[in-house]
Design a protein around this ligand. Structure first.
Ligand code: PLP
Length: 354
């Protein structure tokens, strides 16, 4: 008996092709720039997103740290949506380690308004310098919402005119691209730096990359070293990331179809609050009506029936389900049966088989 694991797409296990690539990987000392597999990954990844250079990092969080710290000075203000992963889920690392100050604007599903941004930017003079805007696409804490290339460009234009740079937390940029039916390249064309994860929908075991212009990435490489993130024979893990990059991007639409199926199924269960139209990527965000059941109790009851979902921030009635390579359409149907059984107390006929 296995679990239907919908807590996150980070739960994917490396595929046989990845394990083979890892075993066969040509390696060297990456801190000396001599790991051929890491070098290949950095070249290929930056090519795919249309940037000059890239630096492989152990986690998405370190990708964001490298992006933020390489483009700011201590005491600068960084403008972020209030639900940004950098703000909510990263231990305040950029602020604690980087000494930059968060300047929060209303998140608006990942597309902050230009008016909000304008009032967040400080006038010149005896104020902190506002040097960076961070965006997120797709948006984790906004149910996987996406922003278009045009929306991104409007914010980048706003920032560049004011001498500010833009970092994109694109942990799931290929999900955003698949949802919008465009190349990831188009979504990141205008931003200065982008971070994306190999360890989520791309199903690789470890790592992310920060891509941007050569000069910024060279600075980011120094930041990575300072953070203790410069690795040695990292080709062993980069090899799997390369497989993910080449083999997994085209199948993300399948995860999106499963997420949509799950969202529509949930909408039919009394006690669930959801607008299935908002599930555009692989993240399904939904609420349990507190009058029917406490969200924590729902989560626990589902887990007892071998369905795992995660809970959003704090005590909220909001839950999250994320589809990925290791979740099939049959799993989705079984997951819906479990959710229904938990909520309406119907006999739980179906559990996660196999
Ligand atoms: C997962 C995620 C990260 C961090 O990635 P880790 O590898 O877990 O450090 C950053 N930003 C967003 C939007 C994410 O979803």
């Amino acid at each position: 008996m296995r679990y239907i694991e919908l807590r996150s797409d980070t739960f994917t296990k490396p595929t046989p092709a990845m394990r083979k690539a890892m075993a066969d990987a040509e390696v060297g000392d990456d801190q000396y720039g001599e790991d051929p597999t890491v070098n290949r990954l950095e070249k290929r990844a930056s090519e795919i997103v249309g940037k000059e250079a890239g630096v492989y990092v152990p986690s998405g969080m370190m990708g964001n740290l490298c992006g933020v710290l390489s483009q700011t000075q201590r005491g600068d203000e960084v403008v972020l949506g209030d639900l940004a992963h950098i703000v909510q889920n990263e231990m305040g690392a950029c602020f604690v380690v980087g000494g930059v100050v968060p300047r929060l604007v209303p998140n608006r599903d990942g597309f902050p308004s230009l008016d909000d941004l304008a009032s967040a930017v400080r006038p010149q003079g005896m104020f902190p310098r506002t040097s960076l805007v961070c965006l997120e696409n797709s948006h984790n804490n906004c149910g996987g919402a996406v922003i278009t290339a045009e929306q991104t460009k409007s914010i980048v234009d706003f920032a560049h005119v004011r001498g500010m740079r833009v970092h994109l937390d694109g942990a799931r940029i290929f999900n955003a691209a698949a949802a919008l039916g465009v190349e990831a390249k188009a979504l990141v064309r205008d931003v200065d730096t982008v971070q994306f994860c190999f360890s989520k929908g791309l199903a690789a075991p470890v790592g992310s990359i920060l891509c941007g212009d050569g000069e910024t990435v060279a600075k980011a490489r120094r930041v990575r070293k300072m953070l203790g993130g410069a690795m040695r024979q990292a080709g062993v893990i980069a090899a799997a990331a390369l497989v993910g990059l080449e083999e997994m991007r085209d199948r993300l639409v399948e995860d999106h179809r499963n997420a949509q199926r799950f969202a529509q199924g949930l909408a039919e269960i009394p006690g669930v609050r959801i607008d299935p139209r908002r599930a555009v990527t692989n993240i399904v965000s939904f609420e349990i009506d507190p009058a029917v059941m406490d969200a924590g109790a729902f989560q626990k009851a589902c887990a007892e029936k071998r369905l795992r979902v995660s809970r959003y921030l704090g005590n909220s009635p909001r839950l999250r389900a994320v589809t990925h390579l290791d979740v099939t359409r049959d799993d989705i149907d079984a997951a819906l049966e479990i959710a229904r059984a938990v909520l309406i107390g119907a006999p739980a006929a179906v559990t996660a088989g196999r």
